[in-house]
Design a protein. Structure first.
Length: 405
């Protein structure tokens, strides 16, 4: 009994503290920062999965993802500032992104995904992933009941394919799109944009968790946690109400093995309330909420990767998944490019919004720097934040649509 308790304690400490160590290493060593904490945590998780571990880890692997995602989504959305400036540009970018991802996922499903187990659910997750990145992928994994091994396989393939995606953009893709659009690098920016860019770059370089170990930091964390729990509880009630109004078997409403469909309305309710609270001024002052939510995603990433026995990752049997994922990413990029050209969106905004949609805002500064166009930074981050907001809705909608095909 004592040994079991001890195992739970040190395993919980492992999942909660390893991300902090990885973040410290990424700040200390630039080469690790370029790889990114999520990829490093996946690698560590794979090591954990393939070495002897106490049996208690299995229960934690089931509990941690279930807790982390409902808490992370509202926290990250609280910290999103949805700007009213450049509304026309952002509207065109978002419309293009949603249309291009939808067409690419539907096409990929018809070509590669129709015969896959959970093919429609995988398509829905890819639609959300290619609109808002990791946050939407993990949320849709839960709401669409995609099994852990399938999710982890997709994640590992996604890392490889997204690496090739970046190789294409940095190796000549940016220049190609500028040439096709007939544009050159934009060097002249307004003083207002320059100030905003300076703030964004400072935020990227700053340790986001600095100052939390203080009275002020504890107070802010307490407010964020209380508001998050409120959102989760209300969302739980709304999801249950949806089930009651729809005449669902409420006894099995949360049991996916018996046809339960609780998670979809639950995640959508959390997303909607998170967006709504982000417009409330007192909530916008909780400037660490996004980073706290991201830390929960880091814990989730480590936990989900720790389930992966590499002997079960049968690459040859998963060629359809790899093809589906590759098709969704690269075809959505090129459809996005065509639509943006038609809608008179400039090449740099098109490229950086694609990066924000597919990989999430943390990857935007790298591409902005490679473009030598700092003005694109704000556009990219804004697009990614809106992608976070719409990705869950789009993913569930696409999954339902694919079931009809």
């Amino acid at each position: 009994m004592l040994l079991s308790v001890f195992n739970y304690v040190w395993l919980v400490a492992l999942f909660c503290l390893v991300p902090a160590g990885v973040l410290w290493l990424c700040r200390k060593y630039p080469i690790l920062d370029k790889i990114g904490p999520v990829m490093i945590l996946y690698a560590i998780g794979l090591v954990i999965a393939n070495i002897p571990m106490p049996a208690e880890i299995v229960k934690l692997q089931g509990i941690i993802p279930t807790i982390m995602i409902p808490l992370a989504i509202p926290m990250m959305l609280f910290g999103c500032t949805f700007k009213t400036s450049e509304i026309s540009l952002q509207a065109r970018i978002i419309a293009s992104g949603v249309i291009s991802v939808s067409l690419a996922v539907v096409g990929g499903y018809l070509l590669f995904g129709k015969d896959l187990p959970q093919g429609a659910e995988i398509g829905g997750m890819l639609a959300g992933k290619c609109t808002g990145g990791t946050l939407n992928a993990v949320a849709l994994k839960e709401s669409l009941h995609i099994d852990n091994l399938t999710y982890l396989s997709i994640t590992i393939y996604d890392i490889i394919i997204c690496f090739l995606y970046f190789v294409f953009l940095l190796g000549g893709g940016i220049r190609l799109f500028r040439w096709l659009y007939g544009e050159k690098t934009r060097l002249n920016i307004s003083e207002e944009d320059a100030a905003e860019i300076k703030r964004e770059m400072a935020a990227v370089k700053e340790n986001p968790y600095k100052g939390l170990n203080s009275k002020k930091g504890y107070t802010q964390m307490g407010k964020i946690l209380c508001l998050t729990i409120f959102v989760v509880v209300v969302s739980f009630g709304l999801a249950y109400l949806v089930g009651w109004l729809a005449g669902a078997d409420l006894a099995n409403f949360m049991n996916e093995k018996k046809g339960g469909w609780f998670m979809a309305p639950f995640i959508l309710a959390i997303t909607t309330l998170g967006i709504g609270f982000s417009f409330w001024k007192p909530v916008r002052k909780l400037h660490r909420s996004y980073d706290l939510g991201m830390y929960l995603i880091y814990i989730f990433s480590l936990a989900i990767a720790s389930m992966a026995d590499l002997s079960n990752l049968r690459i040859m049997e998963n060629l359809h998944i790899i093809a589906f994922l590759s098709f969704a990413i690269f075809v959505s990029l090129f459809i996005h490019a065509i639509i943006c050209r038609f809608l008179k969106v400039n090449a740099d905004s098109m490229v950086i919004s694609s990066v924000a949609f597919i990989n999430s805002p943390p990857f935007v500064p790298m591409i902005s720097n490679a473009m030598k166009n700092r003005a694109a930074l704000v556009t990219g981050i804004s697009s990614g934040l809106i992608g976070y907001a719409v990705g869950n809705y789009l993913g569930i909608l696409i999954a339902k649509l694919l079931h009809l095909l």
